[in-house]
Design a protein around this ligand. Structure first.
Ligand SMILES: Cc1cc2nc3c(=O)[nH]c(=O)nc-3n(C[C@H](O)[C@H](O)[C@H](O)COP(=O)(O)OP(=O)(O)OC[C@H]3O[C@@H](n4cnc5c(N)ncnc54)[C@H](O)[C@@H]3O)c2cc1C
Length: 329
């Protein structure tokens, strides 16, 4: 029987990373096109932790969950986790392996693919099964000017996908999930790194962007710090988080942590308001899954208006203070 294996990342706060549920829903669609393949998950964690996530797995359409538990696996370790994942994949032989392109996913995925001598398509923005039953993984290339659909000649076919690229299932997909516990073989592995402590970033904007339901983003059209101050005032008035283009980051107007786009974050808020942003493809790929998009741009021909639900042609230095005043009441 064919199968798709998803890597279930446990965050340092001991949650299942939300990208798992986004991939799980996508995997159901792929499985239907792949002779009704099984959708399975691999979780690597501290002893007893899988129990906490059982309901989430059962409600997310997983047929089987391979759980590798050990107290030496309390914190992510490149050497332990990649060895375990490779061992499990060799044993269960999935056709496809999908991993979230999180910090952990970006670390573990290439190690697994090189240890299994198979291909990996990183940072995909679309996944499909072609008429030959192969995984067709699409990602931006040539600086985002082209979309390349990549096929892998070897098994398993591996891909990573950034969080928020796909949507989770709108409702539970309940399955009679089988949980298979596997003992890890990690004795004698020489770890080159040791976990000491997590240090919380002082910059909370990164996490805020992930969960924000409204994002107000600024581009080079805001010109200077005064322009970004107007943007921040507007964001405060409507309870939004602030994002930026690479153009604005390069000008020193915003920190790289809040850059949205191909080389920044992928976001999908309920409302995305782009101010002084031209709408380059490298920016669009990071925000075009937003429910509603609005733009303020002085140039009525700016490409951003092509992806907008509603737009204001005008000078952001005039429009933003007016909107702020109006919405503050
Ligand atoms: C490999 C690669 C990766 C990249 N990754 C990213 C990425 O992750 N994210 C990203 O954003 N970009 C990325 N870029 C850069 C991208 O190609 C664009 O250069 C960038 O998005 C442009 O930023 P911008 O829209 O702020 O600036 P511009 O393209 O210069 O647009 C400024 C806009 O502001 C408007 N404007 C000017 N004055 C006003 C005013 N007073 N009021 C209102 N509007 C005004 C203009 O009409 C214009 O449309 C990448 C590029 C490459 C090659």
């Amino acid at each position: 029987m064919k199968s798709i294996l998803l890597y279930a990342e446990v965050t340092k706060e001991n949650y299942l990373h939300t990208v798992l549920f986004e991939l799980a829903y996508k995997a159901q669609e792929l499985a239907a096109k792949l002779d009704n393949a099984e959708v399975n998950a691999l979780i690597i964690c501290k002893k007893g932790m899988t129990e906490l996530y059982k309901e989430a797995f059962i409600n997310s359409g997983f047929d089987k969950v391979y759980a590798v538990e050990d107290n030496r696996l309390t914190h992510y370790s490149t050497e332990f986790y990649s060895k375990i994942a490779s061992d499990v994949i060799k044993e269960v032989k999935p056709d496809i392996v999908l991993i979230g392109a999180t910090t952990q996913g970006r670390d573990i995925a290439p190690r697994i693919s090189s240890s299994l001598h198979t291909g990996l398509t990183a940072d995909c923005i679309s996944l499909d099964i072609n008429d030959k039953g192969q995984l067709a993984a699409t990602r931006p290339t040539f600086g985002g000017k082209l979309m390349a659909t990549i096929l892998c000649k070897t098994l398993p076919q591996m891909a990573t996908v950034r969080p928020k690229v796909f949507k989770p299932a709108p409702e539970n997909i309940v399955k009679n999930t089988e949980f298979i516990y596997i003992k890890p073989e990690i004795d004698g592995i020489n770890r080159k790194t040791e976990f000491i402590d997590f240090v919380k970033s002082l910059n909370t904007s990164i996490n805020e962007l992930d969960s924000a339901s409204i994002i107000v983003a600024g581009g080079k059209g805001l010109k200077n710090e005064a322009g970004f101050r107007l943007l921040k005032n507007f964001a405060d008035a409507i309870g939004a988080s602030v994002g930026a283009t690479r153009g604005a980051v390069d000008m020193g107007l915003a920190s790289a942590d809040i850059q949205i786009g191909q080389t920044g974050k992928t976001v999908s808020p309920k409302l995305y308001i782009a101010c002084g942003i031209s709408g380059a493809i490298q920016h669009i790929v990071g925000m075009n899954d937003s429910d509603k998009i609005m733009a303020v741009n002085i140039d009525e021909n700016a490409p951003i208006f092509e992806v907008c639900d509603c737009g204001i042609v005008g000078d952001a230095f005039e429009v933003l203070p007016k909107l702020t005043e109006m919405l503050r009441g």
